[in-house]
Design a binder for this molecule. Structure first.
Ligand code: MN
Length: 328
């Protein structure tokens, strides 16, 4: 997916500061990140709910972008049609609950993103891709996530991987681990920093306690239903954050219907990054060069088979980057 805000903010993303004596989850519960609506562009403009980055928090582990969309009646919105656009310095994680998206990229990959299947694209030095919901899709529903690459790997070769996790069951929950490990399930997909990414569905009224890596911070995005994380109730589309230092996460579904969530995690990223449009970099110059290369038709290859023109890059603001760090 492309960030199609017409004036995308330049975000310098800091690391989480726990050195100021921030209380742990048992003392104050999970931090609740509420989404903002962002139109994906086009006349009928399918909207996405963005919980990362935002003023209060810019990264959870290396997860630096979280868009949640649907269930979207494609007959009403026209679905997803994102023209070829470039990425650097990040990986994109596409995860669907329903519908189907046709992916084409400059490596020549032609793939279909389907529910319960991980599609992981590495931008690295530079890739371009298009994403279009298929004509068979009636309801589009899923998440689009980005992972920031650590500095030493941010110019990695572009890549595309597909993986279908086997669902595992623990008492009260079904889990599909697409990155990292949880509940005894381990994803074989390599990552550049330790990560957790899993779909987790809680049975009605279930309470589930899962061992987690105490070095990880976590984010629980509620898709449907509601969840209680560390005594804090999260409604649909909210992202609950818990800092590192806990060996278990306890999730509760207070409702008589299932609650579907996506659990993200990783150790605090430890580097400042700059996000602008579809790029993750370390300096204004690096971002400006990527923009110039895209505009000039260099570096990002060609997406074959997309019916239409590539997305033009927005204008880079002629101002110094303002550091934006997590507020606490
Ligand atoms: Mn994209």
């Amino acid at each position: 997916m492309s960030n199609v805000e017409t004036e995308p903010a330049q975000t310098r993303c800091g690391t989480t500061g726990d050195a100021d004596g921030r209380p742990g989850p048992d003392e104050r519960g999970a931090e609740v990140l509420t989404p903002r609506d962002v139109p994906l562009g086009g006349p009928r403009a399918m909207k996405v709910r963005r919980t990362l980055p935002q003023r209060a928090r810019t990264l959870i582990g290396a997860w630096c972008f979280a868009d949640h969309y649907g269930p979207d009646d494609v007959a009403g919105t026209g679905g997803m049609d994102v023209a070829p656009h470039p990425h650097i310095g990040l990986q994109t994680v596409s995860w669907l609950f329903s519908g189907e998206i046709e992916h084409r990229d400059s490596l020549g990959t032609h793939a279909y993103v389907r529910p319960g299947e991980l599609n992981l694209m590495t931008g690295g030095h530079g890739i371009s891709h298009s994403e279009v919901s298929t004509p068979e899709t009636t309801v589009l529903h899923g998440v689009q996530l980005w992972v920031a690459l650590p500095s030493e790997h941010r110019s990695a070769d572009p890549d595309f991987q597909h993986f279908v996790p086997e669902p595992v069951h623990v008492e009260g929950a079904e889990i599909r681990v697409f990155l990292g490990s949880l509940g005894g399930s381990v994803s074989p997909v390599p990552t550049f920093t330790p990560l957790l990414g899993a779909e987790l569905t809680l049975a009605p009224h279930a309470t589930v306690t899962l061992p987690v890596d105490p070095a990880f911070e976590h984010g629980l995005l509620v898709d449907t239903g509601e969840a209680v994380l560390d005594h804090t109730t999260l409604n649909a589309a909210e992202l609950g954050y818990t800092p590192p230092g806990t060996e278990t996460l306890t999730l509760h579904n207070p409702a008589p219907t299932p609650t579907r969530t996506v659990l993200l995690g990783g150790p605090p990223f430890g580097e400042e990054i700059i996000m602008w449009w579809n790029f993750v970099g370390r300096s204004t110059e690096e971002i400006a060069q990527a923009r110039e290369d895209w505009t000039a038709g260099r570096r990002f290859g060609e997406v074959k088979g997309y019916d239409g023109d590539p997305l033009p890059a927005p204008t880079l603001p002629n101002v110094a980057l303002k550091p934006r760090k997590n507020s606490r």
